[in-house]
Design a protein. Structure first.
Length: 731
């Protein structure tokens, strides 16, 4: 028998075995004869029926099934074979089901999907595991749709239309009955709502809920990114109307309830293009030689009252979304850019964490509560950095944000900035010594013209001024969490936690970085942190920096919000929360409310209520970061459209069975070289070596190799960037 025929026969045998267990385990108390099983499996030819009878005998002999009475069978032991999981669809139409408590995902072939889409929660039947084989199963029903709205391209016919989804993981188009097209024209990019999928229909039935515009147009594509993740780009009318009627004036009777900090030296440091300033620092030298430093945060919860349409909308959004060319705010502008923005020379309500700190950055006293401030100055990071580097308050016009005019700040502000920078560096050093990990990953930014077209790429650097703000925000977040977390009896609170890294992922990372001469020390938790920090320091400025930074971050667990405090591994804190950005993060609003509730002597809040809110906030944070990544990818493709004939040196940043990903060194744009497009040989994917290898020449292209590429194709609609491979750099 040929190998091909033998393989086909074994495959058929396995299919029949799966079928036997499908029938018997669905009805574990009943017995079935071979005819009943054959009927349910649709085995209507003699060869298959003989194979079925033979397999029943073999399974009985191996005691996997029982022959209760002559010719009637049932499962030997009833095990729980139905589980609930989440669908992770591949671009090829197959799926992996992520089941909680399982080490491995369950593979489901395309023909067993039961019309489930990516992200859906499903019930799954898992086949009996075969030795050396991956877990496999079939979806039995869709428990809950992840989403019911999808983005696609309209294809109009005379009496009906179809919408072809742009998500590569969607394996079906949508049927749009006549009258359900909205105002969409042929070729428009639209949002459709899934309405029904009858058993006898090949495609689901949907209606067009929104017309986004013509594919490829800038606003169309940006709105499509938001729509794909179910993120809004404008506020509902009733929410905007409610926000516009808020009384945002500062009142004497409210000031009387607060600690008055208006006469204390206070300033903000933010990005030069920021419009919402939600944190400020105050500085005062005390008579005993210590410093009183205040971290003042916009008191959003004063305006954002619970059980209002405004609060409901803020909770649903849970976070602001920062796309390349715009911000989709969590709160309407009347709050985010006006009432809650700590603009200079304006009285503002704040929620503050105030510390008495000695010259060695030791915390001597702390106070939390509501305050009122009046900021003296607003700095951009570049301006504060200039003060730190020069020790002077003369701001040159080339970095000034005051209409590009040079100006000077008071000696008091210079002294405060320099002293807080010194204290921040001490606090940072202590964090590093405790095992904190310093992720200063290079962030890509674009210079945009008035039409939001990318005309250049630059990289955001984190300098001393950024780190000054970061350390004092970390201090406030840590001390607020500590203050509540250490109380007895335990009180419900919102924590920001970060679990220990996955050791398997760290081992995989170690395998990759060893190719560049680096390694991780697995001796202890502290040695892992220390060697990761050394790794991140060693790769700075090297060709592999962005690759290593990205892979190191991927090896880490994901930080989430929860009421169950397990500490924050990356920051090396036992207690940590988010208190400092309530304009753009709903968890910070919850933290403000809970902190005030406990300061007022309130009982512990209901943990299950806040845990649900934490999960929603974590989920929305993930969606927002996904949309942000997609907008960067979109802008990278747009930028590369104008560089079609240019050669670039890049680093191989990923290797798969269908091609290699290459990240261009000078602008961090990443694209794919398809394996079928590489000339001169037939290349095979070597998973163990993170490489593709030429079958004839044995030439390899390996993760981390420097190569020369040119743009082959740019597709803004599908957000694909394809490169042609010209060869290895230097060869």
């Amino acid at each position: 028998m040929s190998k091909k025929k033998k393989k086909a026969r074994n495959h058929r045998k396995n299919e029949i075995t799966k079928g036997i267990f499908t029938v018997l385990e669905k009805n574990p108390k009943k017995t079935f004869n071979y005819k009943q099983i054959a009927s349910q499996l649709g085995l209507d030819n003699t060869q298959d029926r003989n194979q079925l009878i033979k397999r029943l005998g073999q399974l009985k002999q191996s005691k996997r099934i029982i022959e209760e009475e002559r010719g009637r069978y049932k499962v030997a032991t009833v095990t729980k074979t139905y589980h609930t999981g989440v669908v992770d669809l591949t671009g090829r139409g197959n799926a992996y089901i992520i089941v909680e408590g399982f080490d491995d995902d369950v593979f489901v072939p395309f023909n067993k999907l039961k019309r489930a889409f990516h992200g859906d929660t499903v019930e799954i039947y898992i086949y009996p595991k075969r030795k050396g084989k991956k877990l496999e199963g079939e979806i039995t029903k869709v428990v809950e749709r992840k989403k019911t709205e999808f983005v696609g391209i309209m294809e109009r016919q005379k009496t009906f239309s179809f919408v072809r989804p742009t998500d590569f993981r969607m394996y079906t188009d949508f049927f749009i009955p006549k009258g359900k097209e909205n105002t969409a024209e042929d070729g428009d990019k639209v949002v459709v709502k899934l309405e029904d999928w009858p058993d006898d229909a090949d495609s689901p039935i949907a209606s067009v809920t929104e017309v986004l515009g013509k594919p490829g147009e800038h606003n169309t594509e940006i709105h499509a990114i938001l729509a794909e993740y179910g993120l809004p780009y404008e506020f509902p009318t009733e929410v905007q109307r409610f926000a516009d009627t808020l009384d945002t004036s500062i009142k004497e009777e409210e000031i009387a309830k607060r600690r008055d900090m208006r006469d204390v030296l206070t300033f903000t440091i933010d990005p030069k293009d920021a419009k919402d300033f939600d944190d400020a620092l105050s500085f005062e030298l005390l008579e005993n030689g210590n410093y009183e430093i205040g971290i003042h945060i916009a008191d959003v919860s004063h305006y954002l009252l619970q059980d209002t349409v405004l609060d409901d909308e803020a909770y649903e959004r849970a976070t602001s979304v920062y796309l390349v060319d715009r911000v989709v705010p969590m709160l309407p502008e009347v709050l985010s850019n006006n009432a809650c923005s700590l603009r200079p020379n304006e009285e503002k309500y704040t929620f503050s964490a105030i510390f008495e700190i000695d010259a060695n950055a030791g915390i001597k006293n702390q106070w939390f509560g509501r305050t009122v401030i009046n900021s003296n100055e607003r700095f951009a990071y570049e301006e504060a950095q200039h003060i730190i580097e020069t020790g002077k308050g003369d701001i040159p016009k080339d970095i000034s944000i005051r209409d590009d005019k040079a100006y000077s700040v008071s000696e008091n502000i210079v002294k405060a900035t320099l002293e807080m920078d010194r204290l921040a560096k001490i606090m940072r050093d202590r964090r590093m010594q405790r095992g904190a990990i310093s992720f200063d990953k290079v962030e890509v930014r674009f210079n945009l013209n008035e039409a939001s077209e990318p005309v250049g790429v630059y990289f955001k650097e984190s300098k001393d001024a950024n780190k000054l703000i970061e350390e004092f925000m970390l201090l406030a977040n840590r001390k607020v969490a500590e203050y509540i977390g250490k109380q007895k009896p335990i009180k419900t609170f919102v924590y920001r936690v970060h679990d220990n890294p996955d050791e398997d992922k760290l081992m995989a990372l170690n395998g990759i970085i060893s190719r560049f001469g680096h390694k991780i020390n697995f001796q202890s938790k502290k040695s892992i942190s220390a060697s990761l920090n050394q790794l991140l320091e060693d790769v700075k400025g090297r060709k592999e920096q962005n690759l290593v930074d990205t892979l190191a971050i991927r090896s880490m667990s994901k930080a989430i919000y929860t009421t169950d405090n397990i500490g924050h591994y990356g920051l090396a804190f036992d207690y940590y929360t988010h208190f400092t950005s309530p304009i753009r993060r709903y968890p910070d609003v919850m933290v403000h409310r809970l902190l005030q509730h406990y300061l007022d002597g309130g009982d512990s809040a209901k943990a299950e209520v806040y845990e649900q809110k934490c999960k929603h906030s974590s989920d929305m944070e993930y969606l927002a970061s996904s949309a942000e990544r997609d907008s960067i990818k979109y802008m990278q493709i747009k930028f590369m459209q104008d560089h079609q004939d240019q050669e670039f040196v890049g680093v191989i940043s990923g290797v798969t069975e269908w091609g290699i990903y290459v990240e261009i060194i000078e602008n961090k744009c990443e694209g794919m070289v398809r394996i079928s497009d590489i000339k001169g040989d037939y290349y095979i994917f070597d998973e163990r070596e993170y490489a593709i290898v030429g079958e004839r020449t044995k030439k390899t292209y390996q993760l981390g190799d420097e190569v020369v590429v040119m743009v082959k194709d740019t597709d803004l609609i599908k957000r694909h960037l394809d490169f042609s491979l010209l060869g290895k750099y230097g060869e």
